[in-house]
Design a protein around this ligand. Sequence first.
Ligand SMILES: [Zn+2]
Length: 74
Amino acid sequence: MQQPITGYHRDEENHWVAELACGHNQHVRHNPPWTNRAWVTTEAGRNAMLGYLLNCKKCDEGAPPDRIDEVKDR
Ligand SMILES: [Zn+2]
């Protein structure tokens, strides 16, 4: 299911995680040459991608929202 990015945070390994409107989180790693997402490395790039639609596999699987656990870990 396509879900827009509503925000970001970093995980414990300093990887960027997109927060989606559905309550799920999705890693948006910049890890060339496998995953090339140079936009995630700058604040301007991340801001420009707010609202961008990502395919959320967790929605397709009916997974419970991630947001609550993430907040607890902070
Ligand atoms: Zn989702």
